[in-house]
Ligand binder design. Structure first.
Ligand code: ATP
Ligand code: MG
Length: 189
């Protein structure tokens, strides 16, 4: 089974490229952001815990994320593979993912790192704010999310490199071009 991590800053297009891979290869898709937003919408106990963190642009504590992830992953073991979109976001989460996969005889196949400049990210997120109305897509919270990304998530790149799974993709103004590059890369695995 393929276990693909889509990695990048807020607004880097993790959702878009995940959707393209799902369409091409029939993978299952775990977007931790979508899972959390669904919990909030449904008014669950977990939803109440996570709302404050999301609205403040902060990460949800690792122990909650790790519990959620294993439950969702185990419902997807029959398919050709799983895309992890928005997880891991800390070194603790990365190690937990490695352990969880190992316990099931699996491992990370590849990490797709999306490099996008910060002004393009900000422009996209502000545009998305108008369309989707996400509570955390306002300029102040976006800046906090960038800071959280550089402090807590960016250091993972070194970790993925050491694991030998990192593959870099740089956005050069054309989304369809990167989609093709990523699909070609995954097809060659
Ligand atoms: P993108 O625009 O590329 O989809 P994003 O960072 O804007 O990325 P999500 O991945 O949807 O958006 O995450 C939204 C929020 O959900 C985060 O700011 C954080 O509060 C919470 N969250 C999502 N995944 C995690 C995680 N793995 N660990 C902790 N918190 C998370
Ligand atoms: Mg997303």
């Amino acid at each position: 089974m393929d276990n693909i991590v889509i990695f990048g800053a807020p607004g880097s297009g993790k959702g878009t490229y995940s959707t393209a891979l799902v369409k091409e290869f029939g993978y299952n898709h775990i977007s931790t952001g979508d899972v959390l937003r669904a919990e909030i919408k449904a008014g669950t106990k977990l939803g109440k815990i996570v709302k404050g963190y999301i609205d403040q642009g902060q990460l949800i504590p690792d122990e909650h994320m790790i519990d959620i992830l294993a439950g969702v992953y185990d419902s997807m073991l029959d398919g050709p593979g799983v895309i992890f979109d928005g997880f891991p976001r800390t070194i603790v989460q990365a190690k937990a993912l490695k352990d969880m996969l190992q316990e099931r005889g699996e491992k990370i196949t590849i990490t797709i790192n999306l490099n996008v400049s910060e002004d393009v990210l900000m422009e996209r997120l502000l545009r998305r704010a108008k369309i989707e109305g996400r509570a955390d897509d306002n300029e102040e919270t976006i800046k906090k999310r960038f800071k959280v990304y550089y402090n807590q998530t960016y250091p993972l790149i070194e970790w993925f490199k050491n694991e030998g799974v990192l593959s870099e993709f740089t956005f050069k103004g054309d989304t369809n071009l990167i989609i093709k590059e990523i699909i070609d890369k995954v097809a060659s695995l």
